[in-house]
Write a protein that binds this ligand. Structure first.
Ligand code: PLP
Length: 457
């Protein structure tokens, strides 16, 4: 077997693979959203040891179809309504395929001039569509978790050396990635303050202010605050303008976690959600959540890239990296990782294929479907809405015990016809229906509601 696949073999296998992908995207509804497998089932069907000799690509593709696909949760299923649902859109998949073929590692400008510049250009387009100011420098990370980690590193750098313990503020409803970012950046476990929320799950500025004052009085060093636009449990919006004013007064780094709801600002009628974020030191928006870009791609913006670069700069550049262009952006200077993927390609494909108006129309459709679903819930006396429906997530529950609600969720998910997740709001277990897949139709939502009602009776 030659070390590289022959062009003929590659072409034949690639055609088969693309045919499979096209059929999969067409027929994904036919698959159960959740696979019928138990932990260990997939492992049990795979050989214990890797092959001594190479195997024909057809055998590998067969096993992909027969062993891997049946053991997979179908995130691309239009009735995947759990967590925040996502989409690997056609253009996104094509961009991903081409990025794999080029296999560029744009750690320095010269190791990927087009990849480096496309990252700046495509993030620039997205920034404009989000209504963020021009001075925001964009860089792509794998996940919002990594982006937020870099925000906290920059925040720590910005504050300079401190003998007092650093304190980071976020809300009770912040994503766990904020806690992890703070811990990884060296914030003490007890110094992450989860600020109380109001009755619509938004961080309370008065409680934030009180916490900062208390920390100052105790000799601690407040250094960073992370409000969320679109919290994970209920998509609530923390009051960024008030928090920004407080951050300015106390010299805190303001990092806005807009991982989920950020894309909504592309719509003129939702642009207002970004109010106050123009004052942020950094912000993260996840195209791999609600912008039809295959996992993974998280857009991180900071108005203070030089602080981030300083946080990660070494006293001496290692000899093996000498010769990096000094008059160009070298992306690895802004990230913990040296190597990086050419992720910008898939984002560029998505932004160009749909255009701003096309994206806005799809997001509007998702929000309309969420409103329709919420109306159905509100009209059924057995159920109640558990949170305001601000975007495309509906939180609801049976007017019954937590046990009944958990059992209902389990029964719905076991049918394989839809997949929802749950959370706890105001101390009660609630179901979450998150619309975000590009293939989801009103019929999907309506029939899922019928399924929920029938499983409830
Ligand atoms: N922030 C919010 C509000 C989220 O909902 C999530 C994930 O759902 C994250 C951050 C973490 O995103 P990622 O998986 O890209 O790290």
């Amino acid at each position: 077997m030659p070390p590289q696949m022959s062009p003929e073999e590659f072409r034949a296998a690639a055609h088969k693979t693309v045919d499979w992908i096209a059929d999969y995207l067409r027929d994904v509804r036919e698959y159960p959203v959740l696979p019928h497998v138990e932990p260990g089932d997939v492992t049990a069907r795979l050989p214990k040891h890797g092959p001594e000799r190479g195997e024909p690509i057809d055998a590998i593709l067969d096993d992909f179809r027969n062993l891997i696909v049946p053991g997979s949760t179908h995130w691309n299923h239009p009735r995947f309504f759990a967590y925040f649902s996502v989409s690997a859109s056609g253009p996104g998949i094509l961009g991903e395929m081409l990025a794999a073929a080029l296999n560029i590692n744009p750690m320095l400008w010269k190791t990927g001039p087009a990849a480096t510049e496309l990252e700046q250009v495509s993030l620039g387009w997205l920034r404009q569509w989000l209504g963020l100011p021009e001075e925001f420098f964009g860089i792509i990370h794998d996940t919002a978790s990594t982006a937020t980690f870099h925000a906290v590193l920059a925040a720590r750098e910005a504050i300079g050396p401190s003998d007092s313990p650093l304190v980071l503020y976020t809300s009770e409803h912040a994503n766990l990635s904020v806690d992890k970012a703070a811990l990884a950046a060296g914030v003490r476990r007890g110094n992450i303050r989860h600020i109380a929320i109001d009755d619509e799950f938004r961080m309370r500025p008065d409680a934030l202010n009180a916490a900062i004052e208390a920390d100052l009085a105790a000799g601690n060093k407040p250094f960073c605050v992370v409000p969320t636009l679109g919290t994970t449990s209920s998509t609530s919006l923390d009051p960024v303008p008030e928090i920004a004013a407080m951050a300015r007064r106390h010299n805190l780094w303001l990092h806005v976690d807009a991982a989920y709801a950020g894309p909504a600002a592309i719509l003129d009628e939702y642009r207002h959600i970004m109010k106050g974020s123009e004052l942020a030191d950094s912000i993260v928006v996840n195209p791999h959540k609600w912008l039809f870009t295959p996992v993974d791609l998280s857009a991180f913006y900071t108005r203070r890239p030089e602080v981030l670069r300083k946080a990660l700069s070494l006293e001496q550049t290692p000899a093996y990296l000498h010769g990096a262009s000094t008059n160009a952006v070298n992306l690895s200077e802004y990230t913990v990782a040296l190597g990086r993927r050419f992720r910008a390609l898939k984002l560029w494909f998505v932004l160009r294929y749909y255009g701003r108006e096309g994206i806005a129309e799809i997001l509007r459709g998702h929000m309309r479907m969420a409103q329709d679903f919420a109306k159905s819930v509100a009209a059924d006396s057995r159920f109640e809405l558990a949170a305001p429906v601000l975007f495309s997530l509906v939180c609801f529950r049976l007017r019954a015990s937590d046990e009944d609600n958990r059992a209902l969720l389990e029964r719905v998910n076991q049918t394989g016809k839809a997949f929802l997740s749950g959370t706890v709001l105001r101390g009660k277990f609630v179901l979450r229906l998150a619309i975000g897949n590009i293939g989801t139709t009103s019929a999907d939502v309506r029939e899922t509601w019928d399924l929920i009602k029938s499983e409830a009776s």
